[in-house]
Design a protein. Structure first.
Lengths: 431, 431
């Protein structure tokens, strides 16, 4: 029996899930893998309030330094989130020759390159399966499963809160506000859901995915990010009648030496596998060469799912512990210097555009005229039925056009006297 | 740069795909992972006919012993298929302290336990990602990604030929024979497709999956296997009108200390993710605890997909080569002795049953009477419209019932004078 001693920093939702998993599955893991995980210490800043029963032989502290200094501890599990003091904990743990398991997307997205180098210098590894899609093994899939393939594109539903809200809006006709309130009620949104709703949570995750899939560390600042708060139910309905579903997608594509990466509400065909991912589920669709397309879906959030990813990391460490292996393909501090970012202005996409216009002769030619000036091709054009309303929705699907031209055209359209509100534009993809 | 020297046995479709992958992606693999694969020798029994151009510095032979004996070779890639002489090649390679990569499902399904022990004794590993779903990384997902979870059930579309044929029958209304001829034309079926059509290919793969997911080596003889040759287009149509799609599924479930495993045509709800997997694509749906359901799909067959799985195995070996790591969770020669197989007679499933009966009063009560005698509950009952035909189809969906009772009931029904042909029964699942 191989004994691996753990120190856990952060006893919140995921941390308590990890403890539960280790307790529930201890005999299974011993029998099947010959590995015994021993949780020696837990650090949490309000540890006294959180732990109301004794964990066998486990010491409790509010000082993470005690765990990092402890020579008996083989692996530090960091589950506090945020960059500080997580960075300090991880760096110090590595310097004390401990492996690190973390679910911290912000930390890996922001400082991955430095931390992987630190790990390398100390002959240790950082594992972070739970940082993206929780326990759904997207990180192992990219770094081990399809390793050697070229990733041409990836499209992910990687924020469960947004997917839950958009599903409610689509299926039940709710407004954004109503769906968000529901999500909070059912525990699918945090009390402050800002980072979910505004897309930043997905953006951190996308930065990690781009590094693993395309071999480039990118800054979250270079990822164009739009949240879902501005999505109107009307547009979901119009899109549905065109055979399209709306999802918050994290998208990355490689074009030769350029990479584009963005997070925004996206219309996709209803019959695409991503379109049927509902509620808090997560999924990712990866276009690779030569393997072809891979699709992976599951519960990408939640206490036990995240705990499952941490356990997977721990077992992968444990199998090699005691050897001199450097087995973590997810830790290569590589950066393909000759890849550069394509910024949002130059990214080509198709758009769904809705304009509320006064219904009188000549309006349509004014609208199409402006799009034509900017060389934006129109693929389809619908003027919705109306009952003598003063304004009617004009719905257009464009051909692929550069973001910058579309933005200029929308500004010009907004200024037309016949256009009665700010035009709505939602990008479309057909993975 | 770490140099890994390879010997390839078998230069067929997959073997030539591996050579192409190594050539096309050599500089990528060198740059990104610091690993240089050097293919030193290829063995194939008709090597002269197959290789019409020189592979740089690579020797060709018809004698596999030459590769196994060569002290320069680190890894033997076995791609000839079948148990003999593959078994001898693999065992001898391990004894000469070489790692082995194989795509040989029959070998691993039949002799996995012995081979893993042999590998363990020699401090080497056997990797076999391509043996199931080719390059779609189901083996890494089960052994590393969701490791530590309990797998309650798995449902796989793991034979591309059968899925192509059933898709053609469903979408185009073809007969089985017509769809099979099409599959051969397009290269989706081999000239002798027996092992695909009769379900055995999927059965070998399922035996491997059950070992990895549930920790038990099972014999393919204990997997109830039915092929797709008897599927009639009529039943596909009737099922569709009931909201069901037909797929050849490989199914395994764990009930306490019992495992059931079977391969057969299966009706599933049209809106299930497995139901939209069309053509030669493969997919697997895994029910786990506590992570929840995982769904993985992709091109589970074909030259470059299988080659991709081999390359993934090679890179996973290469990262640890030179260390004393025993990193392959897929090589644990464990067997949970207290698990036993539930044999087909005792397996409970719902059934779709079609009976061609004479349309006269009293017939339905005779049919339902027999089902009642065998305690088979009926969930729905449809007698299809007819135009004064002498016989009409009677379609029933049953409640879950043990196989044995259903078989006895069908035999009794067949003997009724009013029943004009052998009743059709297709199992249903709702994963």
């Amino acid at each position: 029996m191989k004994k691996i001693t753990l120190g856990l920093v952060g006893f919140g939702t995921v941390g308590s899930g990890v403890v539960k998993f280790l307790q529930d599955r201890r005999s299974f893991i011993r029998d099947r893998f010959g590995i015994d995980f021993f949780l020696k210490s837990i650090c949490d800043r309000s540890i006294d309030k959180k732990i109301n029963k004794t964990i066998e032989k486990c010491s409790l502290t509010t000082q993470w330094e005690e765990l990092v200094k402890d020579p008996m501890i083989d692996v530090i599990v960091e589950l506090i989130g945020g960059v500080n003091p997580a960075k300090e904990i991880v760096v110090n743990a590595l310097r004390k020759k401990k492996h690190v398991v973390t679910a911290n997307k912000e930390l890996i997205a922001s400082l991955g390159q430095k931390l992987f180098e630190e790990a390398h210098q100390n002959g240790r590894n950082i594992y972070y399966e739970s940082s993206v899609m929780a326990g759904v093994p997207i990180i192992r899939t990219l770094t081990e499963g399809i390793v050697g393939n070229r990733v041409k594109g990836l499209y992910g539903i990687i924020n469960g809160t947004c997917n839950y809200i958009l599903t409610e809006m689509t299926d039940k006709g709710y407004s954004f506000e109503h769906a968000l309130a529901d999500a909070k009620n059912y525990g699918y949104a945090e009390s402050d859901p800002t980072l979910d709703i505004n897309g930043m949570d997905a953006t951190y995750k996308l930065a990690i995915l781009v590094n693993l899939a395309m071999g480039k560390f990118i800054s979250v600042k270079d990822i164009h990010t739009e949240g879902i708060a501005h999505i109107a139910h009307d547009d979901i309905e119009h899109a549905e009648s065109l055979g399209l579903n709306i999802k918050l997608l994290a998208i990355a594509k490689q074009h030769g030496q350029e990479i584009e990466a963005r997070v925004h509400p996206t219309l996709i065909p209803k019959d695409h596998p991503l379109a049927i991912i509902d509620g808090v589920d997560n999924a990712i669709f990866v276009e690779t060469d030569p393997l072809g397309d891979i699709f992976l879906a599951g519960q990408g959030a939640g206490k036990m799912s995240a705990a499952s990813g941490v356990i997977s990391d721990l077992l992968n460490i444990a199998v090699n512990e005691g050897s001199d292996a450097r087995s973590n393909l997810a830790n290569l501090a590589h950066d393909t210097a000759d890849l550069r970012m394509r910024m949002i202005d130059d990214i080509m996409t198709k758009f769904y555009i809705r304009i509320m216009a006064i219904d009188k002769p000549g309006v349509l030619s004014q609208i199409t005229g402006i799009l034509g000036q900017h060389e934006i091709g129109i693929n389809s054009f619908t003027q919705k039925a109306h009952n003598r309303a003063s304004t009617v929705p004009v719905i257009m699907l464009t051909e692929p056009a550069p973001e910058k031209k579309v933005r200029l055209a929308l500004e010009q359209l907004h200024k037309l006297p016949v256009v009665k509100s700010k035009p709505v534009a939602i990008r479309m993809e057909n993975p």
